[in-house]
Each structure stands twice: as structure tokens, then as C-alpha cells.
Ligand binder design. Structure first.
Ligand code: 2HA
Ligand code: ZN
Length: 272
């Protein structure tokens, strides 16, 4: 058995949480990450029959039964993950009944998975229906994206089109668009269900006045998606009160898609 602290998935989680903290996206205990792991790989580091604790989760995640995830802990600070990975995150398997998880490692000192576990697991279930290779769900509170939710209409199409116009490559990074939800109480099953419904169609969902969820095949992809959205939102916040002399037209956005062989969200570009 290899040393779990040397496992690539533990090291990657340490690196990404530190990076996200430095980006200013994860103040205090803000933000959470879950990553679906290959059981074969995990079994090189952990005895998969050695269940440390069984925790009820209060909702049905049976569509993910048997799947193994590494997840940040509730109340824990991204800033501290690198220093003490075993306290600030953990690895669990969704139990066969679907409403319990089996802790295999971590969450030491009485820790538990993120308060946003409903959204994470329901998002994993939903994204895998669209892309079986999806492994990562990542949540954070980037300032410009949040700021934009105070001043912009919270409509998928309108919000996406504003972002597409802020950086030419936005439409290349998220041609399907992004979903936007109004403010809701976080940490609930209700917000999890609403987010999962949107994440079926988009890899990113914004929560009004709260933050963003990004999905991806790996941490780089989910991080890069959030990074691009946040950069575009920053440009929007910088220019929103300034007279606009020129922008990118829908026809020009379509030309970008043609050049990159991408299909933008059906019907959203006005090409007449
Ligand atoms: O505290 O970000 O949404 C972690 C969160 C809750
Ligand atoms: Zn949050």
C-alpha cells in the first residue's frame, strides 16, 4: 500500500485549494470541491473494506452508489488544506442504500463533508448523464461574478451573452452557456436539486449573490472554466458604467464558433 499523502488526488486537492485561496475566491470556510476517484487507483492507497465511519446524508444519492469521492470538509478553510489534508478533507464511498456515505479516509477530529454535499452529489449524478468522464464539481465565491449578480438580469441567456462579449474566448470555453439561479438558502437539498437541473445543460451554474459551481473532467478544466467566467465578469464590472464605443457582435461570436468548430447554445445568437 502506498502513502495516501503521496497520492496524486490528495496532492492535486492540496494544490488547487491553495491556489483558489490565493485567487481570493475562498474566504474563511467559503467554497468546496468534490472529485470522483477511480476505485482502482484509490485501492493502491487505502483498504476499500476499511470503513472508518458511516454518516447519514439525508437525501437519496443512490444513483452514485459505490462511487468514491474526495471532498473538502464543512467549516474548513481552503487556506489550511495543504497543512493538514486529513483534517480538512476526506474520502468517502456512497453506500449501497444511497442515503449514507462510508468514510474511508480523512475528516479527522470529527469532521464531515461540505455543507453543500447535496449540490455536489446531485451535480455529479447529473453531469455523468451528459458526460461519463465528468469527475469534478467545484464551488467558490469569486468577487466579480458575485458583483455581477447584483446588477445584471439573472437569466441564463442574457447573463451568458454579456459574458461572451467580454472576452473573445468565452464562447470557446463555454459555448453551451452558463446557468443562473436566483438567491436561495445554501446548503439545502432544494438548492442542490435546482442546481443539478441546470448543470445538466451547462458546466457552470451561478448562484445569485453567493457564488459559482463549475464542473469538469478534471480540476484544471473546472478551475479554468470558473477562472474564465470570473475574468469576464471583472471586465463587465470595470466597463458597466462607461459609454461603450464598440463590442463583439453576435455575427462575430458566430464567426469565432465557426473558426473553432463549435456549436453555440441553439437560438441564442441573433444572426439576422
Ligand atoms: O461555506 O461556500 O456555500 C462553504 C460554502 C457554502
Ligand atoms: Zn458558498
Amino acid at each position: 500500500m502506498y502513502n495516501i499523502f503521496e497520492a496524486p488526488f490528495v496532492k492535486e486537492m492540496c494544490e488547487i485549494t491553495a491556489q483558489m485561496y490565493r485567487m481570493g475566491w475562498d474566504e474563511r470556510n467559503g467554497g468546496n470541491i468534490s472529485c470522483r476517484l477511480d476505485p482502482q487507483l484509490v485501492s493502491q492507497y487505502l483498504d476499500l473494506n476499511d470503513v472508518k465511519r458511516v454518516l447519514p446524508i439525508g437525501f437519496d444519492a443512490s444513483e452514485a452508489k459505490g462511487q468514491i469521492f474526495i471532498v473538502t470538509g464543512t467549516g474548513r478553510y481552503f487556506r489550511n488544506v495543504e497543512k493538514a489534508p486529513q483534517d480538512n478533507m476526506g474520502i468517502f464511498r456512497v453506500a449501497p442504500c444511497g442515503n449514507e456515505i462510508e468514510v474511508l479516509w480523512g475528516f479527522e477530529g470529527g469532521g464531515r463533508p461540505t455543507s453543500e454535499l447535496p449540490t455536489h452529489l446531485l451535480n455529479h449524478i447529473e453531469r455523468q448523464k451528459v458526460d461519463p468522464e465528468n469527475r469534478v464539481i467545484l464551488h467558490c465565491h469569486p468577487a466579480n461574478t458575485l458583483a455581477m449578480t447584483f446588477v445584471h438580469e439573472l437569466d441564463d441567456k442574457a447573463f451568458t451573452k454579456t459574458l461572451w462579449r467580454m472576452i473573445t474566448e468565452c464562447i470557446v470555453v463555454f459555448p453551451e452557456g452558463i446557468g443562473v439561479l436566483p438567491w436561495m438558502v445554501c446548503g439545502t437539498l432544494e438548492i442542490g436539486i435546482a442546481t443539478a437541473k441546470k448543470i445538466h445543460d451547462y458546466r457552470a451554474v451561478i448562484w445569485g449573490q453567493h457564488g459559482i459551481f463549475g464542473a469538469g473532467r478534471d480540476l484544471d478544466e473546472a478551475f479554468g472554466l470558473v477562472e474564465t467566467i470570473e475574468k469576464a465578469a471583472e471586465i463587465y464590472i470595470k466597463i458597466m458604467n462607461t459609454p461603450i464605443k464598440q463590442s463583439i457582435t453576435d455575427k462575430e461570436l458566430m464567426a469565432v464558433c465557426e473558426s473553432f468548430h463549435l456549436t453555440p447554445h441553439e437560438g441564442w445568437l441573433d444572426l439576422e
